[in-house]
Design a binder for this molecule. Structure first.
Ligand SMILES: [Zn+2]
Length: 238
C-alpha cells in the first residue's frame, strides 16, 4: 500500500558527490582520534593550571550583576583574578538586600578558587608573561572601604539591640515569681502589672506556676529567660 518514493528529478543533487575525491585529512592522527588538547592558562597560555572559576558580585538596590571569570588559570593569573574580583566585590556587593546575602557566598566560593591556585607550582611555557598578582586583598584600598559598609551594618545592629533592650526591658512587666502578688493597672486582657503586697487592699492577684492554673485564672505574662519563655498564672486574691 505504501507509495514508492518519487524518483529524483536530478540524479546528481550534489555534483561533487558524483566524482568522489580522496578526503584530505592532514591533521588527523593515522590511528584515529587526535589527542585531547592540554588546557593552558587562558590569559598567558602557561602550565600547569586549575579550572577554578572566580566570581564577583555587584548589587545596587534591585540591580544585580553576577560576574564570572572561568578558568583555566595558572597560579599568578588565577591569583591576580581572585584578588581583583574579590576586592571589587568587597565594596560593590553589599548595596542591595539580596546582594548583601549573595556577596558572602561569592566571597566564600572565591576562597576555594584561591586555595586551588595556591596549590599550583609556578607556571612555565606561556605565550606572554602571566598577570601580576599584586597586593593581597586585605592590603588593597577596597578592603579598607569595605570597613565602611561593614561598620554601618554593625552600627545598625548595635542600635537595634539597644532599642530592644530599652523596649523589652520594662521592669514592671518582668521579674515576677510564683508567690508574689500583683495588681493590674490596665483593663483585661491588657496587662500592666505592678508588684504589691499580698495583704494589700483592693484587687490583686497571686502569681502561680502555670501548672497550678485554675480555669478562672488569668494567664499572665511570659517571663523570658535563657531557657525560653515561662508563663505564669494570676489567681485572684482580692
Ligand atoms: Zn597565566
Amino acid at each position: 500500500m505504501s507509495a514508492a518514493p518519487p524518483p529524483s528529478s536530478n540524479p546528481h543533487p550534489y555534483p561533487y558527490a558524483a566524482h568522489p575525491q580522496p578526503q584530505p585529512a592532514p591533521y588527523a592522527a593515522p590511528w584515529g582520534a587526535a589527542p585531547a588538547p592540554v588546557p593552558a592558562c587562558r590569559i598567558c597560555g602557561a602550565l600547569p593550571v586549575s579550572p577554578a572559576t572566580v566570581r564577583g558580585h555587584q548589587g545596587f538596590l534591585v540591580i544585580m550583576r553576577f560576574l564570572k571569570a572561568e578558568g583555566p588559570f595558572c597560579r599568578p593569573c588565577g591569583t591576580a583574578t581572585y584578588r581583583r574580583m574579590t576586592a571589587n566585590t568587597l565594596i560593590q556587593g553589599w548595596w542591595g538586600p539580596l546582594s548583601a546575602l549573595i556577596t558572602p557566598f561569592t566571597l566564600l566560593a572565591n576562597l576555594f578558587a584561591r586555595s586551588a591556585f595556591r596549590k599550583l607550582p609556578q607556571p612555565y611555557g606561556g605565550w606572554r608573561p602571566p598577570l601580576d598578582p599584586g597586593k593581597p586583598v586585605p592590603l588593597r584600598p577596597q578592603a579598607l572601604l569595605f570597613l565602611i559598609p561593614a561598620g554601618l551594618v554593625l552600627a545598625a545592629l548595635t542600635v537595634l539591640m539597644a532599642i530592644g533592650v530599652v523596649v523589652g526591658g520594662d521592669p514592671e512587666s518582668t521579674g515576677f515569681t510564683a508567690g508574689e502578688c500583683v495588681r493590674n493597672n490596665a483593663d483585661w486582657p491588657e496587662q500592666d502589672l505592678e508588684r504589691v503586697a499580698c495583704d494589700a487592699t483592693g484587687e490583686r492577684y497571686e502569681v502561680t506556676e502555670h501548672q497550678d492554673c485554675g480555669p478562672a485564672d488569668y494567664l499572665m505574662y511570659l517571663e523570658y529567660s535563657a531557657n525560653g519563655a515561662t508563663s505564669y498564672c494570676l489567681s485572684r486574691r482580692g
